[in-house]
Write a protein that binds this ligand. Structure first.
Ligand SMILES: [Zn+2]
Length: 156
């Protein structure tokens, strides 16, 4: 197996306000505003998986796809592949965030879920924690998202 195209990844989405979102079979769930941090993994085709998460137009398949329709992607991080690593990484991130939506993105494992909500003011803490966990930031639209968010505030 070509290990360079497998890995764990973290998507940081920005949800501007509290919102009820339909997540496929799970039904409608309420998500809190701030950073929605999703831990995923790809045994292969990591690059195309990440490209897919960037795209807006697609058939909705995974839990994260539904949330992604309401929350722009702000950052993507990649980590070396390790079995079960996404559950451990999600648990580690509980130090700075709290689990959002039980079992979200965790249909194939027995952990509490792969989605965490991190408060807006804890962004620096989040970045440091992801870096310490061995992550590489490969995509960053943070500046653009902040501009968008403040524009929304000033017009409302
Ligand atoms: Zn898990």
């Amino acid at each position: 197996m070509n290990s360079s195209d497998s890995g764990l990844y973290v998507l940081v989405l920005y949800l501007a306000e509290r919102e009820a979102i339909e997540v496929g079979q799970r039904g409608t769930e309420v998500f809190s505003p701030g950073w929605q941090v999703y831990v995923g993994s790809a045994k292969r085709n990591l690059a195309s998986r990440l490209a897919r998460h960037c795209r807006d137009e697609k058939r909705l398949k995974w839990h994260i796809d539904y949330l992604r329709q309401h929350a722009p992607l702000v950052q993507t991080w990649v980590f070396p592949w390790c079995r079960g690593g996404e559950c451990r990484l999600a648990r580690r991130l509980e130090q700075i965030g709290r689990r959002e939506a039980q079992q979200f993105g965790a249909s194939d494992c027995r952990c509490g879920g792969h989605l965490l909500r991190v408060r807006q003011q804890d962004k620096r803490l989040l970045e440091r924690s992801l870096r310490e966990a061995g992550g590489w930031k490969v995509y960053d639209r943070y500046e653009a998202s902040v501009t968008d968010a403040s524009a929304e505030v000033s017009t409302s």
